[in-house]
Design a binder for this molecule. Structure first.
Ligand SMILES: NC(=O)c1ccc[n+]([C@@H]2O[C@H](COP(=O)([O-])OP(=O)(O)OC[C@H]3O[C@@H](n4cnc5c(N)ncnc54)[C@H](O)[C@@H]3O)[C@@H](O)[C@H]2O)c1
Length: 325
């Protein structure tokens, strides 16, 4: 069995391979060849353990997340994750890896795939609202799929973005890309063709201003609870469709649930990324408005499929720590 830590995980895959695995995961979901039981949550006081199993034909992946609210006060991450991969035929354990790294890696790739299918080929500017873990990885993949020359950053709570900028510059290793900080999300949106949000916001992170958002490719990654939202109503006045991963997203995130309830967004406008990918590949691109939007809530198939890629590459390349079971 392999034990694969954060550094080894990044060393054994390319960004393109991870995005390919995400496209594969969408196809697995489209064809129904999986079993994804509801996640099981066990809690004691305010501390939660979340267990998320997902059966594919090839592997079984179980992501465990520990959500401990007092951790930030102790200088520890709020969320910590572990991914366990078992063989689908025998149930034997194949790998254990860092679940937080896996989440950031696969969520970044989900954003990258959405940009690949929704944004104009020549987009060269991207704005990020919410400069945290997911945001960093969203930018890494955005820069891999479009010829980005300028990145704009805004965060309501983190006033000194220099540590984030240092981490981003190191990960991107593209000195030609200019990184700018903004004093508001309006300033960010005025300058960026692609808008990414990765926050826990309760209220929309952009002004409800159709002229500001017109023509943008909008990727919303955060705020997955029903009472939370990142997107203002103006987005749905500009886009023909709302792309997401699965129908459950309409119940899980306020970004879809609230405008659907208020009649701003119609059920007929909900479209799935898996269909956009398949239709585009088969030469039937969706007829769309200039403004486009993808709302992500994530799904266990992404974790299982990307973990499988990491495990197989680690085995082939002899990366990670092999332990006798
Ligand atoms: N779609 C998915 O598959 C997926 C996967 C993992 C995490 N998430 C979600 O992504 C979000 C971000 O997660 P993270 O791990 O990066 O958290 P994080 O705490 O590392 O980063 C979030 C950042 O957003 C900033 N922020 C919060 N509210 C804001 C606002 N209103 N305007 C501007 N900035 C704001 C915070 O200051 C913080 O810097 C969470 O909601 C999380 O649940 C989604």
């Amino acid at each position: 069995m392999q034990i694969i830590n954060e550094t080894d995980m990044w060393n054994c895959v390319t960004l393109d391979e991870v995005m390919h695995a995400i496209e594969d995961a969408y196809e697995i979901h489209r064809t129904g060849k999986y079993l994804m039981p509801d996640r099981f949550i066990a809690g004691r006081d305010k501390n939660l353990m979340l267990y998320m199993p997902c059966f594919l034909d090839s592997v079984i992946g179980t992501k465990m997340l520990a959500e401990f609210p007092d951790n930030p006060g102790k200088g520890l991450p709020y969320l910590n994750g572990l991914m366990i991969l078992n063989d689908s035929q025998t149930g034997l354990p194949r790998a254990i890896m860092n679940g937080s790294t896996l989440t950031a890696m696969r969520t970044g790739a989900v954003g990258g795939v959405a940009i690949r299918y929704l944004a104009a080929e020549d987009c060269n500017s991207v704005g990020l609202v919410g400069c945290g873990v997911q945001g960093l990885h969203q930018l890494i993949y955005a820069c891999a799929v479009r010829p980005i020359t300028d990145i704009y950053l805004f965060d309501s709570f983190v006033k000194d973005l220099s540590p984030f900028i240092s981490r981003l510059s190191e990960k991107l290793n593209k000195p030609a890309i200019s990184i700018h900080t903004c004093s508001s999300s309006r300033e960010l949106a005025e300058n960026s063709q692609i808008l990414i949000s990765a926050t826990q916001a309760s209220d929309p992170v952009y002004p409800d201003d159709a002229e500001l958002l017109r023509g943008k490719c909008i990727i919303a990654i955060g705020s997955w609870r029903p009472e939370r939202r990142e997107l203002p109503d103006a987005v749905w006045k500009l886009t023909k469709y709302a792309y997401t991963e699965l129908s459950y997203a309409c119940e899980e995130t306020g970004d879809l649930l609230i405008p659907l309830k208020n009649g701003i967004l119609k059920t007929e406008q909900i479209r799935y990324m898996e269909d956009l990918i398949r239709d585009t590949k088969e030469g039937r691109p969706h007829e769309q408005n200039e403004t486009r939007c993808f709302k992500s809530v994530g799904m266990g198939i992404f974790d299982a499929r990307v973990a499988q890629l990491i495990c197989e590459n680690a085995e082939k390349k002899g990366i990670g720590q092999n332990i006798a079971w």
